[in-house]
Write a protein that binds this ligand. Structure first.
Ligand code: NAD
Ligand code: ZN
Ligand code: ZN
Length: 345
């Protein structure tokens, strides 16, 4: 079968032929219907050899996956051949306290047991077929189109998880800031509009992304530059924003995020861009909560799909064949993807 692989440190993803897997005991084989392209893949492919923690190369990419069940291994119940499903990506041990609560993204045993998510260590969704280690990592699509919705498994779930924690601070008249209105950010804007009473201010460096931000519901869209904090303060009578979500995470954006937060506000650094935010008296507003969330829980993914079924959140999608997947990564690296690039094998 064809697969898109990251094969050598510092290399570009390549389409190659690999053996088609079969489902062993407890496993499920999917015929992949859609796989999303995330900026984290770009991050993985830029990690130097000595810091690389995503398993052995080659790595079949794709941590946003959807498919049709093609084969079930011995002992698999709850899913059947022909089911239309999406993959819950942050695989954990399934038994620790956090996993027991559905929060496999915060599994306390994954590192010790060598468990890595698909596309981030285990073979991912950018292939004709994909092996799932356990049926609990599948969520039924129940009629949702896989191509339009596959990215909700990360570009929807990750902002949903981050935003949910801040909802108590986002009542009517509050302000939420979204920095970086790409794959995750353009979904975050919609989630904030549906779930909160906040005025949504979007920041990006690219005018086309700011247009997309307005189109999906941002009340204000500002250039992410040295004037951005003043712009946010102007919009909030000088008070700042009750919650700032940084989907870039670079040094300059975390600085903006910290400076734009109101007293008792929240700063969530979601982007993996090497930025660090100092916290301490004088460094940030009084009582600001700063966090760096990772992905989301299984139940939150079910909730995100529910919003999609009601038409309350919609991913802007550019589609590519598996053969053209390297082009999707080139466009992502150049900052040209509008919304999310999705590979349709
Ligand atoms: P993306 O490339 O689709 O979007 C990034 C957006 O940021 C683009 O619109 C780009 O124009 C904009 N941008 C770049 N520099 C900026 C700046 N200085 N100010 C404002 N905007 C700027 O990326 P994505 O797939 O949405 O991922 C976003 C980030 O989140 C990446 O760092 C990714 O690795 C990370 N991520 C983290 C998690 C997590 O669990 N924490 C999950 C998924 C992705
Ligand atoms: Zn991702
Ligand atoms: Zn666990």
């Amino acid at each position: 079968m064809k697969a898109l692989q990251y094969r050598t440190i510092g290399g570009h993803p390549e389409v190659v032929d690999v053996p088609q897997p079969t489902a062993g005991p407890g496993q499920v084989l999917l015929r992949v219907t859609a796989a999303g392209v995330c900026h984290s893949d770009e991050f993985v492919m830029n990690v130097p050899e000595e810091e690389y923690t995503f398993g052995e190369l080659p790595l079949t990419l794709g941590h946003e996956g959807a498919g049709i069940v093609a084969e079930t291994g011995a002992g698999v119940t709850h899913v059947a051949v022909g089911d239309d499903v999406a993959v819950y990506g942050p695989w954990g041990c399934g038994r620790c306290l956090n996993c027991s609560a559905g929060k496999e993204n915060y599994c306390t045993r994954a590192a010790a047991e060598g468990i890595l998510p698909p596309g981030l260590g285990a073979p991912g969704a950018m292939a004709e077929y994909m092996l799932i280690d356990d049926a609990r990592h599948l969520v039924p699509l129940h009629g949702l189109d896989p191509v339009k919705n596959v990215s909700l498994t990360d570009a929807g779930l990750t902002p949903y998880h981050a935003i949910k924690k801040s909802l108590p601070k986002l009542g009517a008249g509050s302000t939420a800031v979204v920095i970086g209105t790409g794959g995750l950010g353009h979904v975050a804007i919609q989630l904030l509009r549906v779930l909160s009473g906040a005025v949504v201010v979007a920041l990006d460096v690219n005018e086309e992304k700011l247009d997309l931000a307005r189109q999906v519901g941002a009340h204000h869209a500002l250039l992410s530059d040295a004037g951005a904090v003043a712009g946010i303060r102007d919009l909030t009578d000088g008070l700042g924003a009750e919650a700032v979500f940084d989907f870039v995470g670079r040094p300059e954006t975390v600085t903006t995020a910290g400076a734009a937060a109101a007293v008792e506000g929240d700063v969530s650094i979601v982007g993996i861009g090497g930025g660090l935010l100092p916290v301490g008296f004088g460094a940030i507003g009084y009582d600001v909560d700063v966090r760096a969330p990772y992905w989301g829980s299984r139940s939150e993914l079910i909730e995100v799909f529910e919003l999609a079924r009601r038409g309350q959140v919609e991913v802007e999608v550019e589609t590519y064949s598996l053969d053209d997947a390297p082009k999707a990564y080139e466009r992502l690296a150049a900052g040209k993807v509008r919304g999310r690039a999705v590979i349709v094998p």
